[in-house]
Ligand binder design. Structure first.
Ligand code: HEM
Length: 327
């Protein structure tokens, strides 16, 4: 037999064996999902953006149930759409689900060989990084020292609001807030000597990291708009968070997950207190300084948009999903 023919036959046999192995042997241990062909199937998933993937996932969940396995790239990826399952995984079995997968060779460069807090595996390094972050940068006594950065970011926000309002275009509120949180983080990490163009450059680099190496598993948006939990989930009703008894809404999901913009469990965002504090500060100032009204003849646009968020792999709340590798 010709050499090329031999190579072709060997490749076909190995692809066939991989197909059987992926879809019928290992699949028994994993939640159900669509049958995929090696390489071609993987490439098809990889071609889709998170935004395009979401409706497909929704229909897969309707067909296969609250847990679905897809083979994206080299690893099977499980998508969990049910908030009770997420609670069981992240809160009751927190230690099992707090790990992160080994990074690909290229991602190792961008994550500093996985020695940063969000990508490091669940072990002594992560514990040390997290403890340092909580004790130093995020310690309540340090919050005051960020007032300069905070006011600078408020100024950036105000400028963005003003220039858009003057141009007559509707102000892209969420986008600007997202950017403001990003600026705040960058300023906290690099100090407030940076100017806006340098911040934009950092954002560009991180966007690249997110697009190339991000993983997604928990369908946070689906959980946050569950009609069993939220009355009229798609309506803008901020008062839904004010429950008469004076008890504040538990955003950490420790008792029950109703939404999880900061994640949940052991890897929950350590900056959520600081983030909430600053968001309230920015909102309060912008409500005070601007007159807010809907553009004549236009509804307020509450549609979803795929956007870049902070730390490379995790999202800043307005995202459709966020990821934590669970096996
Ligand atoms: C609106 C603002 C923010 C949102 C919505 C947000 C959301 C998130 C989410 C969803 C995660 C992933 C949690 C998980 O994997 O289970 C995360 C992780 C993280 N966030 Fe935030 N975050 C915000 C602001 C901040 C701020 C201000 C800081 C800090 C200085 C911060 C630092 C981190 C770190 C270090 C992690 C990784 C934690 C770990 O893996 O142990 N975040 N964040």
């Amino acid at each position: 037999m010709e050499t090329w023919c031999l190579i072709l036959v060997s490749i076909s046999i190995s692809l066939f064996l991989k197909f059987i192995f992926n879809n019928f042997l290992t699949a028994k241990k994993l939640p159900p999902g669509p049958v995929t062909f090696p390489i071609i199937g993987n490439l098809l998933w990889l071609r889709l953006s998170f935004h395009n993937l979401e409706p497909i996932l929704r229909s897969l969940h309707a067909k296969f149930g609250p847990m679905v396995t897809l083979r994206i790239g080299t690893r099977p990826v499980i998508f969990i759409a049910d908030r009770a399952l997420a609670h069981r995984a992240l809160i009751h079995n927190g230690a099992v689900y707090a790990d992160r997968p080994p990074a690909l060779a290229t991602a190792k460069i961008t994550t500093g060989n996985q020695l940063n807090i969000s990508s490091s595996s669940y072990g002594p390094t992560w514990r040390l990084l997290r403890r340092n972050l909580m004790a130093e940068i995020l310690h309540p006594s340090r919050v005051k020292s960020y007032s300069h950065a905070r006011n600078w970011v408020l100024q950036i926000l105000q400028n963005r609001f003003e220039s858009e309002a003057k141009s007559g275009r509707p102000v892209r509120v969420m986008e600007h807030f997202q950017y403001a949180m990003f600026c705040l983080l960058v300023l906290m990490c690099f100090g407030d000597k940076l100017d806006e163009s340098q911040i934009e450059r950092i954002e560009e680099v991180l966007r690249h990291v997110l697009v190339n190496f991000g993983t997604i598993n928990f369908m946070v948006a689906e959980m946050g708009r569950d009609p069993k939990v939220w009355e009229d989930p798609m309506a803008f009703k901020p008062e839904r968070f004010l429950n008469g008894g004076g008890e504040t809404f538990d955003i950490t999901g420790s008792r029950e997950i109703k939404m999880m913009p900061f994640g949940a469990g052991r890897r929950i965002c350590p900056g959520y207190g600081l983030a909430m504090l600053h968001l309230e500060y920015f909102v309060a100032n912008l409500i005070w300084k601007f007159e807010w009204k809907a553009v004549d003849g236009d509804d307020v646009d509450l549609s979803e948009k795929e956007e870049f968020t902070t730390d490379g792999e995790r999202s800043l709340g307005m995202e459709v999903m966020y990821g934590a590798e669970v096996f």
